[in-house]
Design a protein around this ligand. Sequence first.
Ligand SMILES: *Cc1c(COP(=O)(O)O)cnc(C)c1O
Length: 473
Amino acid sequence: MREEINELLRLIPSMDELLSNPWVAEYEKFLNRNAVKSVFAEVIGEVRRDLRLGKITMVDPLVIEQEARKRLERRSRRSLKPLVNATGVIVHTNLGRSCLAEEAAHAALEASRRYTTLEYDLTEGKRGQRNDHVEWLLCQLTGADAACVVNNNAGAVLLCLSALVAGKEVIISRGELVEIGGSFRIPEILAFSGARMVDVGTTNRTSLEDYERAITEQTAMLLKVHPSNYRIVGFHEETSRKDLCRLAREKSLLVMEDLGSGMLVDPHIEELPQEATVGTCIEEGVDLVTFSGDKLLGGPQIGGIVGRAQLIKKLLSFPLYRALRVDKMTLAAFEVTLRLYLEGKTARIPTLSLLQFPKEGLKKKAQHLRRRLQRLLPEGVFDVVPVEDAVGGGAFPECPLQGYAVSVFLPWIGGGNAGLLQNLLREGEDPIVAGASENRVLLHVRTLLEGDEERIERAFLALCSRKETEESR
Ligand SMILES: *Cc1c(COP(=O)(O)O)cnc(C)c1O
């Protein structure tokens, strides 16, 4: 047994043998010699381990070379790159949430290439505050007295709790002890901040009396959390924001609300119920509201905090703030995004314009794409079909948006296998992430941006040449 394994181990190509392959030079253009070696070492190590564990019982040096080459290929290419979102999910967290308005993207690019006023006051000719670029704008848009921004909303919540209520009690409804995804769990954030969580009520019903009864000498805050992608339907009661704020005033407690998606304006979409904007929360008396910049707001990844000036001041001088501070490119993009709101040019913000896309327009867009693809691949089957799109980002999970897609059936791809076609579209030069239903791939047109139709066309053209090679076999 031992002998046999030793025999097989000797068949594994050595590092020097692998390095002597003529194709290595191709990858050394992108990766230095040490990086190439580490990829080889990884493959050799895995084969050795699998042999010893009995997971494999033979060794083919050619297969090992191919595997090594495949990994070099992948390591040589850019990993974070643009793709075509044909899923119809507007704020798709895995696909980078919001796309910036042109103006905002340009501001980020400029800030990245040149020196800026990031922390410099031109009037005084001395040091300024990076927060100053957006505070006044956020106050105008929300009616708050003061504002600041950090890396993301998770950071915003953590900063507020750590700086304001560590060591004290925070009362929260059991219906709001949610996990947002990506391991952001409210009870864990509360514990990490040093605040003591006091959960009240039940999963489906929490009344004002529940909060009131739980208040002690140690209580510092009533916390309200938007349940985001989680919904309680049926027998359900939630304490109103106004009642909660009134109770807090009476007892001299803070009210904080983690609003999640953080809309600055009501988008007025027929299919969606009305949701509180950041401004509504402030108007109804919440002391601090936190929200994400890259969900329905449509800006870069940021955590916004608006509320009472003396609280914001405490946040800015708390050491954690420095660890969560926003970089210049993000801040530049965020400032310009906020200015678009103030100028009333929200149609320039992709997240909002995709959300408000008229249904007729979507149908036309789908028909146009269908015609182009059908012309390109006459033997493919392309149809315009109604589909359900989604807001995404944990917002309005139970409210699909009516959309349109081009459904695709290519009989020569694995006998019309939709899963295989999805894979091929994903792995192409210009990756396309699409939906599927039964044996059809669905290209949702709502989330297609400028230039995406041409990218899809190129991808299908590549599938066309695949057809020719398969036929000539
Ligand atoms: C999305 C969300 C978060 C996390 O926000 P990030 O900006 O991703 O850090 C926190 N709370 C709620 C309610 C959310 O919806």
